[in-house]
Design a protein around this ligand. Structure first.
Ligand SMILES: Nc1ncnc2c1ncn2[C@@H]1O[C@H](COP(=O)(O)OP(=O)(O)OP(=O)(O)O)[C@@H](O)[C@H]1O
Length: 281
């Protein structure tokens, strides 16, 4: 088998019949009462770049457009979705499955924090257990009548995100980055992982791209000059949005009021997803 298997057996000349037996099918079916039309994964090559923020905003915006929307918080060791939506209640367990919590505007949400007795308890689990928990959010939760499910993926490109990608039927991914050194390498890793998994990349979002001075409207690139357009071009993927550093964003997340937040930065993705859904009809 070649050193990096891209699962493209038709074009690969390696004789790996023995290795093939080792390929494990991780794919899992959603709960029999679930109905999920489109699944969008939000990924980042590293933590803290705003993946949960972009996940939350996409769900809020699509809900505002009238779609039935859900968030599966697969970031098990850093679950920030319930806080951003101000959800404190726990998930309900029934004999037939788990029921997600509902946000104020009606977005279905499942997160490990809705199952922990105390949401400040750390999740000190090893990779396979974390991946297993995420898989259960897919198989054991009743996702009733969902148009768009947004998955806040575990950060990075390691074992856990890989297993999650293999288990869940993801239709497309959005890669979130910030304008710092190493971004090119980090994006390359995320792109390669998506290609290995055969998952279409919807495009790139650069978060914390600039800060706009409220007094003079001048834009400052706090983390240095952005090279995101070159990176997008290099990988032939669409550059979809640039989000500023905005204290109102962190305040909305901290106060659990992300659903009140307004901003048109992600409109290009929203339009794209809306079109995809129309074409599906
Ligand atoms: N553009 C922004 N302006 C201001 N604050 C932001 C912005 N983007 C994210 N933040 C804040 O930065 C923190 C990290 O963001 P977020 O949780 O979305 O990152 P993440 O990539 O999901 O992190 P992790 O992978 O570690 O969970 C949060 O407190 C969030 O409110």
């Amino acid at each position: 088998m070649s050193e990096i298997c891209e699962q493209s057996c038709n074009t690969c000349s390696s004789d790996c019949s023995e290795d093939k037996e080792e390929i494990v099918d991780f794919s899992a079916n959603p709960h029999e009462l679930s109905s999920i039309k489109k699944v969008i994964g939000i990924v980042s090559g590293k933590g803290g770049v705003g993946k949960s923020l972009v996940t939350s905003l996409l769900a809020v915006m699509m809900k505002r457009r009238g779609y039935k929307t859900a968030i599966l918080d697969a970031d098990v060791t850093g679950p920030s979705i319930p806080k951003a939506f101000g959800i404190t209640e726990k998930a309900i367990t029934t004999e037939i499955g788990l029921l997600p919590a509902k946000s104020k505007t009606g977005i279905d949400i499942m997160s490990i924090n809705l199952l922990l007795e105390n949401d400040t308890d750390p999740v000190v689990w090893r990779g396979p257990i974390i991946a297993g928990a995420v898989k259960q959010f897919w198989t054991d939760v009743i996702w009733h009548d969902v148009d768009f499910m947004f998955i806040d993926m575990p950060p990075g490109t390691g074992d856990v995100p890989l297993t999650v990608f293999q288990s869940l039927a993801v239709d497309g991914i959005v890669i979130v980055t910030s304008p710092q050194e190493l971004v090119s390498m980090i994006v390359s890793k995320a792109v390669k992982m998506a290609k290995m998994m055969n998952i279409p990349i919807i495009g790139l979002v650069e978060n914390m791209a600039y800060f706009k001075c409220p007094d003079c409207d001048k834009e400052y690139q706090i983390f240095g000059e952005s090279h995101i357009e070159e990176i997008a071009e290099k990988h032939d993927i669409a550059m979809l949005a640039k989000l500023p550093i905005d204290p109102k964003i962190s305040a909305a997340c901290d106060k659990g009021m992300i659903e009140l937040f307004d901003g048109s930065w992600l409109d290009q993705i929203i339009e794209f997803l809306g079109k995809e859904m129309e074409e599906r009809k």
